[in-house]
Ligand binder design. Structure first.
Ligand code: SF4
Length: 139
């Protein structure tokens, strides 16, 4: 699957060509949309006008650009590797979000279902410390 063309980043920027993948909830987790929604210039303009960056309120997906991204470590996505560190803080029996990009998702291809269990805790514009805090609240 990793042909370098069709693999998708599940934590992309809010920009033309991206699709809406998730919406941050009041508890800090992200509700992953079963199917990503296209976004247009009007949406980008509207959500960019808010005090909070779009990437603090939403998750977007777009093509994985591999070494065109600062998160690429030469072999894979460093974000997927880092969030897995907090796997022991979430319910191991939790079901995976319904997510139509799974066959193409960089994180899933790299870390399997474990990445999906942590995915709902990832905010694109957030520190790792905050990720751990949100995950901790689940225990
Ligand atoms: S990590 Fe899993 S739930 Fe998150 S976007 Fe990828 S396939 Fe979907």
């Amino acid at each position: 699957m990793d042909d370098g063309q069709s693999v998708l980043c599940p934590s992309a920027r809010c920009k033309e060509g991206s699709q809406l993948l998730g919406v941050r909830q009041d508890d800090g987790t992200v509700a992953i949309l079963p199917t990503p929604l296209p976004i247009d210039a009007g949406f980008i303009q509207t959500v960019s006008a808010s005090k909070l960056k779009p990437e603090q309120r939403f998750r977007f997906t777009n093509k994985c650009v591999k070494d065109g991204c600062r998160q690429w470590n030469g072999e894979g996505c460093s974000v997927a590797d880092r969030v897995i560190q907090y796997l022991d803080k979430v319910d191991a029996s939790s079901s995976l979000p319904k997510c139509s990009i799974r066959p193409q998702c960089r994180w899933f291809l790299q870390r399997g279902g474990d990445a999906c269990k942590m995915c709902v805790f990832v905010i694109t514009e957030i520190t790792e410390e905050e990720v751990a805090q949100v995950a901790q609240r689940e225990t």
